[in-house]
Design a protein around this ligand. Structure first.
Ligand SMILES: NC(=O)c1ccc[n+]([C@@H]2O[C@H](COP(=O)([O-])OP(=O)(O)OC[C@H]3O[C@@H](n4cnc5c(N)ncnc54)[C@H](O)[C@@H]3O)[C@@H](O)[C@H]2O)c1
Ligand SMILES: [Zn+2]
Ligand SMILES: [Zn+2]
Length: 383
């Protein structure tokens, strides 16, 4: 079959001779992929920042498709169902899944202490092949996959597998109180959704900070928020104090993660020399820009090793930090309703539709932020 094939940092290609996935466990299903996205998280793999990303692996944790085969123990799905598949691989039975912490399943990635299982996200996240392929094996098929409602546009459905739940959870973890000033660092797909969702929790003011004009222009309109370019602010932290009566923001959301720009030392230590678990610039700004007693919500991804953050300020300001991989399955019922009622329009962020055969070009465009790219969707030839 045709699938994306990782050859090393900055080198991916589409190969036609990749083996078809097979049922390996009675609870597996095989899904024929109809849409799959490239995510900011895939860029961390593509840029060689995620440990144990093996040559020959297929990325892709955002996909929808049609069930073409089921294992003997699968009860909730039938062949022909069209499903959205959460990016988390979760057993549904362990202590963490029982708390609906589907991003922290204890069974899907038994070799690890931190990360749960994620499709197409290196052996650090379980070593599962991903959905940037014509077909994909879906473990625990009765747990994650959710039948796509008849009325739902497939472009909306594919964004419900990660982007919308992650943005929503970023806002949710912020514990936003009515009237709060919420600052979102990052105007990528995740930051855009976090800004949009902040209003649903009662924010009184939403500010988004990035350096890319085209993304800031988009989110300003899409999420009706204020936008600022950090390259035009002398110091984003000082600016945040100035615009909040010297107090700081009530809630800061890090929707940037380990590849943050804006500070040469962090870029050098975290992205070039790999001496810390990523560049912590946005997180630094979030901690220092939030008010005393405020909340910092982190959905940006960082590596497992130590990273420099102003932990003394966290203690002395009494900040609450909340962070996690999004628990997609937990959030799907309410987010499906929000899409149905027109409260969230996920597909509006899609800027590029790229044949899976041109996956290398897709990564290049999205990685370099060319052609005003916000969210690229890959379409397999068999879709
Ligand atoms: N926790 C989860 O479940 C989860 C799920 C999906 C994605 N993520 C993570 O969320 C992050 C964002 O994903 P995305 O798809 O939107 O990525 P993206 O690469 O499209 O967007 C990141 C944005 O951050 C901006 N940026 C860089 N440095 C900045 C800084 N110092 N301050 C403000 N903005 C800055 C970039 O210009 C870019 O627009 C990534 O780290 C990704 O891995 C987490
Ligand atoms: Zn993703
Ligand atoms: Zn589990």
């Amino acid at each position: 079959m045709l699938a994306m094939n990782f050859r090393g940092p900055f080198r991916v290609r589409a190969d036609r001779d990749r083996p078809y996935p097979e049922i390996e466990h009675p609870e597996d299903a095989i899904v024929r992929v109809l849409r799959t996205c490239i995510c900011g998280s895939d860029l961390h793999l593509y840029h060689g920042l995620v440990p144990d990303t093996r040559v020959g692996s297929t990325f892709g944790h955002e996909f929808i498709g049609e069930v073409v085969e089921i294992g003997s123990a699968v009860e909730k799905l039938t062949v022909g169902d069209r499903v959205m598949v959460p990016f988390n691989i979760a057993c549904g039975k362990c202590a963490f899944c029982k708390q609906e912490l589907y991003g922290n399943c204890h069974e899907a990635n038994p070799g690890a202490t931190a990360a749960g299982g994620i499709f197409g996200y290196s052996h650090t996240a379980g070593g599962y092949h991903g959905g940037q392929a014509e077909y994909v094996r879906v473990p625990y098929a009765d747990v994650g996959p959710t039948v796509i409602p008849e009325w739902m546009d497939p472009d909306d459905a594919v964004l419900l597998t990660d982007v919308v739940p992650t943005g929503y959870q970023a806002a949710e973890m912020g514990g936003i109180q009515p009237g709060d000033t919420v600052v979102v660092f990052g105007a990528g797909p995740i930051g855009i959704m976090a800004a949009k969702c902040a209003w649903l929790f009662g924010a009184g003011r939403v500010i988004v900070i990035d350096e890319l004009d085209y993304r800031l222009d988009f989110v300003k309109d899409y999420a009706q928020c204020e936008v600022y370019k950090f390259t035009e602010l002398e110091d984003p932290v000082v600016f945040l104090k100035q615009t909040t009566d010297s107090l700081g923001a009530d809630v800061c959301i890090d929707a940037v993660g380990c590849e943050a720009a804006g500070n040469t030392m962090n870029t050098l230590l975290g992205r070039k020399l790999l001496l810390q678990g990523g560049s912590t610039t946005a997180l630094h700004w979030a901690i220092n820009g939030v008010k005393k007693g405020g909340i910092v919500s982190i959905v940006g991804v960082y590596g497992p090793i130590d990273a420099l953050v102003p932990i003394g300020n966290v203690v002395n300001k009494g900040i609450t930090i909340r962070a996690n991989q999004a628990s997609v399955k937990r959030l799907l019922p309410r987010l499906i309703e929000h899409v149905k009622n027109g409260i969230i329009d996920p597909k509006a962020i899609i800027t590029h539709r790229i044949p899976l055969e041109e996956v290398a070009e897709g990564y290049h465009i999205f990685s370099r932020k060319l052609d005003n790219c916000i969210k690229p969707v890959l379409i397999p030839p068999s879709a």
